[in-house]
Design a protein around this ligand. Structure first.
Ligand code: HEM
Ligand code: NFK
Length: 454
């Protein structure tokens, strides 16, 4: 196959060779205008205001309604979005009883900055992780700003090291992911140029880059304690969709003077563009939970309804990153190219399948983390009587024995396990060209146990 292809310039989509989906420069730590001091002051003091259970009353009584017209750059819009996200989630979840109404001082400017950034007005992965880090000691001109040991977070709800670490692991992950993006783009180019040795080399490098992401994930345990995470941090990350179990109105939250409530999912790493980039690049498809088609089973349909949650989470990514994923979806050719060469180039099959194996192993490690940080902690709530621990939001005992949910609102383990299993499905090692009974050469799928089907 030789076809011309315009590999997108990643910078046009706010994606960078050194930092991937993180911004190219350090995010703004504070809005410079004196006018926005009331937002910044509350954000800075958020942990103390939450601890003393005054956050809601201070916002109600002291926070003026500010215009967004004084914001002058993308960096300032991002900072405003992020600050208001911290304020809003502290306001809703920051006391024992959640409230169903956001005051206009938060709601109005938040909706405006969110519209500008093409993000929903909720604390997303972008506000909590991508734009929420700063240097501990400022580097001199010319020094590397990406020394990860020199980074910390700008804002947290709790002021804890565990919470900072929780977000920073994702910052490290996105930074490491930059190599996977540049390599993935090169791989697409090689496939268009019919350059098989080049493609094999890129896929081998990509498999290593994905493997490195799995190691980053496991660093969560170094500084983020599962109990602190589940009982102290996670309650603030929840959104207001499907949260009736934990005390919110089933229709969500009223934003200021609007007449209809809004329901959004909370912050989740499912909103990271990096893993979705890898899925799209390699041709991994996700289906609704419980509806995964199995290519080797005659009795099961070969396609199924796409996973609505994964698609919806794309709308929780910054606008230019959504556009980038859409573009990659349009141009990616790797899976088809590998299948076309399946019988003649075993090294190609091996390198492509290696990438899938690494991505699957990443999802396996993730399930281990989720088991330790959510599933096992949730079991403890049943044994806890009333205690002084703040138990609002997702750390509450569920009404009517409701099931444990992800901050994105998914039924977490079935969803995550299916995502993991689907990652192996496009593996090329299962495919080969066969002559069928009608004499036509077709691609056939053979499950390792010998069940064949075209
Ligand atoms: C204590 C740490 C973590 C917990 C408890 C956790 C939990 C979850 C849960 C429950 C979901 C399902 C979606 C939802 O309802 O929110 C999810 C999705 C996801 N998480 Fe995590 N997560 C953690 C850390 C991470 C980290 C550090 C990464 C990446 C470095 C990550 C990557 C993902 C991805 C990519 C998804 C989307 C599903 C998929 O593509 O397989 N998670 N996570
Ligand atoms: N979905 C996770 C939360 C999560 O993964 C997350 C939420 C906000 C910001 C970053 C996240 N992941 C980071 O490591 C949960 O259900 O606890």
């Amino acid at each position: 196959m030789t076809a011309t292809i315009d590999i997108p310039r990643m910078e046009d989509y706010n994606v960078f060779p050194n930092s991937g989906f993180l911004p190219e420069k350090l995010p703004l730590e504070r809005l410079p205008q004196q006018y926005y001091k009331p937002w910044e002051d509350i954000a800075t003091n958020l942990p103390s205001l939450i601890l003393t259970k005054r956050v809601r009353s201070v916002i109600d009584k002291k926070l003026p309604l500010l215009e967004t017209s004084q914001l002058t750059s993308e960096e300032e819009y991002r900072r405003a979005y992020q600050v208001l996200g911290f304020l809003a989630h502290a306001y809703i979840w920051g006391t024992e009883e959640p409230t169903n109404k956001l005051p206009p001082q938060i709601a109005q400017p938040w909706v405006e900055v969110s519209d500008h950034l093409r993000l929903p007005p909720i604390a997303t992965y972008a506000g909590l992780c991508l734009w929420n880090f700063k240097q501990i000691i400022p580097t001199e001109e010319g020094e590397d700003i990406w020394d990860l040991d020199n980074l910390t977070t700008i804002n947290t709800f709790t002021g804890s090291i565990d919470e900072s670490w929780f977000y920073l692991v994702s910052v490290y992950f996105e930074h490491k992911g930059a190599l996977a993006i540049t390599t993935g783009l090169q791989a697409i180019k090689c496939a268009y140029n019919n350059d098989i040795p080049g493609l094999v080399a890129q896929l081998q490098q990509l498999a290593e880059a994905i493997d490195a992401l799995g190691s980053v994930l496991l660093r969560m345990e170094e500084m983020c304690d599962p109990h602190v995470f589940y009982f102290r941090i996670r309650p603030y990350l929840a959104g207001w969709k499907n949260m009736a179990d934990v005390g919110l109105d089933k229709d969500g939250v009223l934003y200021g003077n609007e007449s209809k409530p809004r329901a959004y999912s909370g912050g989740s790493n499912a909103q990271s563009s990096l893993i979705q980039f890898l899925d799209i690049l390699l041709g991994v498809k996700h289906y609704s939970t419980g509806e995964r088609p199995l290519p080797f089973r005659k009795d099961v349909p070969k396609t199924g309804p796409e996973n609505g949650f994964m698609n919806e989470m794309r709308t929780y990514m910054p606008g230019p990153h959504q556009d980038f994923l859409k573009k990659i979806h349009e141009i990616t050719n790797i899976h088809d190219f590998v299948l076309q060469n399946v019988d003649t180039h075993p090294e190609l099959v091996l390198s492509y399948d290696g990438c899938l194996a690494m991505l699957k192993s990443f999802r396996d490690k993730h399930i281990q983390i989720v088991t330790r940080y959510v599933v096992l902690q949730a079991k403890k709530t049943n044994n806890m009587g009333s205690s002084t621990t703040l138990r609002s939001g997702l750390a509450r005992k569920k009404k009517n024995g409701g099931e444990e949910k992800g901050t994105g609102g998914t039924s977490l383990l079935p969803f995550l396990k299916q995502c993991r299993d689907e990652t192996g499905d496009p593996a090329a090692g299962n495919w080969g060209k066969r002559i069928l009974s009608d004499g036509v050469m077709r691609l056939k799928y053979s499950k390792p146990n010998g069940i064949n089907e075209d």
